[in-house]
Design a protein around this ligand. Structure first.
Ligand code: BTN
Length: 251
């Protein structure tokens, strides 16, 4: 598979003080022919969307809420779900002393806590909207009490605007990266490898299972060695991660 053409993100930009969902606005713009690279940002969302139909909430002004349009969307972007979190990792690391990992498929974690979530919505071959929610300065007591996983923020005086600039910069690079480069970098940031995982309802898989994560295959699927000793490849699905402390966190 060839590397994708290079792409810049961040202009034009539509900013809202408050919006239902930056992904929703970006989808509308993409469907009406807005250019690739356009980003929609907001201080606050009233109906922020997470993966699997979940809600995404953040206190006003304390998270980077952005959605970038990529258009057209070709086969060369098959690993976009893995490439996007790599851009976020590099952006955060360029602005702070944090080190970042990716929890497959595209959560960005630091020190065992979720830092950013990514929701990609696509209409191939026309467009994809890459929605990124990055906790920038959310205080520990401002996260909802019922979170499914521990969460953290970038902190270190980093602001949403500089985070946006760094992410747009790194996104342009990773969207155009070859599959080999994406897979190699993902492998070095893979938070799940060697961890006990449980899965249920993964596409192409029957029922639930448990085992140990063993990396990512060339299609971007999660490879697991099941407790029965079978090597399996899981597509997008519900993966429950068992932490070493035995605390269970899910995506
Ligand atoms: C997840 O972890 O479930 C993905 C969360 C993605 C949230 C971002 S915030 C900006 C963009 N607009 C949305 O409505 N969702 C994404």
């Amino acid at each position: 598979m060839p590397a994708a053409p290079s792409q810049t993100f961040g202009a034009p930009r539509r900013h809202f003080r408050i919006v239902d969902s930056t992904n929703e606005r970006a989808r509308e713009l993409a469907a009406s022919g807005a250019p690739s690279g356009l980003v929609v940002t907001a201080n606050e969302q009233s109906a922020g969307r997470g993966r699997r139909g979940r809600q995404w909430t953040a206190p006003p002004g304390k998270a980077l809420l952005c959605s970038a349009i990529l258009s057209p969307l070709g086969g060369e972007h098959a690993l976009l779900p893995l490439a996007a979190p790599l851009a976020v990792c590099e952006a955060v690391e360029s602005l702070s002393p944090l080190t970042c990992q990716v929890k497959w498929p595209n959560d960005v974690w630091s020190d065992e806590c979720k830092l950013a979530g990514i929701l990609i919505e696509a209409q191939p071959p026309s467009w994809a909207v890459i929605g990124i929610g990055l906790n920038v300065s959310v205080e520990p007591d401002e996260f909802p009490a019922d979170l499914r996983h521990p969460a953290t923020s970038v902190g270190h005086g980093v602001g949403a605007e500089e985070a946006l600039k760094a992410i747009c910069d790194r996104l342009g690079d990773w969207v155009a990266a070859s599959p080999e480069r994406v897979l190699a970098e993902f492998g070095s940031r893979d938070a799940l490898r060697g961890r006990e995982v449980q899965w249920a309802g993964a596409s192409g898989e029957e029922g639930a299972g448990a085992g140990v994560a063993d990396g990512i295959d060339h299609r971007g699927n999660l490879v697991v060695i099941s407790n029965e000793g079978e090597r399996r490849s899981l597509g997008s699905g519900e993966i429950t991660l068992s932490m070493p402390s035995n605390r269970r966190v899910s995506d």
